[in-house]
Design a protein around this ligand. Structure first.
Ligand SMILES: Nc1ncnc2c1ncn2[C@@H]1O[C@H](COP(=O)(O)OP(=O)(O)OP(=O)(O)O)[C@@H](O)[C@H]1O
Length: 311
């Protein structure tokens, strides 16, 4: 069996007729891994399985070498930020964090809570009741709770939800540091540009299936043959559009003044043929700009590609 801190081996999970996860296998290693998927893709189910809150219908889950469902001791090395609220409003931030640290068997729970609250930037608010906290502050209390016992594995379900831009930047930085310290961190998100800033490795889940895995760049490469849109600015857009269509490297063109927008399923061929065709026709390429090269677009393409294969 693998020694990776988290191992999913042929894991499926269904609720009645709903398949939340379908035959998923991967390992998590130290550093930050992003788990990407739209609402309902199976992210929270994955985290629940790793936290031992639910059992797989099939397959095995191991966290720090243990079955998290059968061995609650796993929580001594595991910190979880669930997407649910679950905070007692009548406790202060300090009491909230201290309580869980004690439950996790931390001897100096007070000192651990103080350090964790400081880490997430809640020192000044530590003795205020959670009831008056903003969504962003409550998220930070949950993060401090997850950190207080210094776990080797952290599972964070959409941890940036409800944060303002400054808080997001701070938390992206904090999560990166947690990974750099050698912890195994899994961050779920539906916002690719955000998770891309934290995670060195991405797992993309669509309809409960793992559809792509790798670095953000690697995932883009996987999508080389997906349909792409390219905007071209030239001195005779109509002529160039005709040449590209005749050459067969694009399947649609749209003209707007000197701007030409083309659709292609052969990005590499277009990149090779475009300068040749322009040169032969004596046309000047002012600007060539791919549209939608961000991960959001790649993700949308993966999603529609996987839809037919879904449940
Ligand atoms: N306890 C449950 N009972 C029935 N169906 C469930 C249960 N938990 C999850 N599901 C279903 O399993 C699928 C995956 O849900 P999950 O919450 O894991 O997705 P998600 O990617 O976390 O999405 P979200 O961000 O919206 O929570 C969904 O179709 C959901 O409706």
């Amino acid at each position: 069996m693998s020694t990776a801190p988290v191992v999913l081996d042929n894991v499926s999970k269904w609720f009645g007729d709903t398949v939340a996860l379908s035959d998923v296998s991967y390992e998590l290693f130290p550093g930050v891994t992003g788990l990407l998927g739209h609402n309902g893709a199976g992210k929270s189910t994955t985290l629940s399985l790793m936290a031992g809150w639910t059992s797989p219908s099939q397959g095995t889950v191991r966290v720090l070498g243990r079955d998290p469902r059968a061995e609650p001791k796993v929580h001594e090395g595991l910190g979880v930020v669930p997407d649910s609220e679950g905070l007692w409003p009548f406790l202060t931030a300090r009491q909230t964090v201290e309580l869980l640290a004690s439950q996790r068997g931390v001897a100096a729970a007070g000192a651990a809570a103080k350090a964790a609250l400081e880490r997430v930037g809640l020192t000044e608010a530590a003795d205020r009741k959670v009831a008056g906290f903003s969504k962003g502050m409550r998220q930070r209390v949950k993060l401090a709770q997850a950190l207080a016992h210094d776990p080797a594995v952290l599972l964070l379900d959409e941890p940036l939800n409800g944060l303002d831009p400054a808080q997001r930047r701070a938390d992206v930085e904090l999560i990166r540091r947690l990974g750099a310290e050698g912890r195994t961190v899994l961050v779920s998100s539906h916002i690719l540009t955000e998770v891309e800033r934290m995670a060195s490795r991405l797992l993309v889940v669509v309809n409960g299936r793992l559809v792509a895995e790798g670095t953000a760049e690697g995932i883009r490469d996987l999508m080389t043959d997906r349909p792409r849109t390219v905007r071209i600015s030239t001195d005779d857009a109509r002529r160039l559009g005709g040449l590209l269509l005749a050459d067969g490297v694009v399947h649609a063109v749209e003209l707007e003044g000197e701007e030409l927008t083309v659709e292609t399923a052969q990005a590499v061929a277009l990149a090779t043929r475009l300068p040749v065709l322009a040169r032969e026709a004596g046309l000047w390429l002012r600007r060539v700009e791919p549209v939608g090269e961000d991960l959001e677009s790649v993700f949308a393409a993966l999603t529609s590609a996987a839809r037919g294969v879904g449940r």
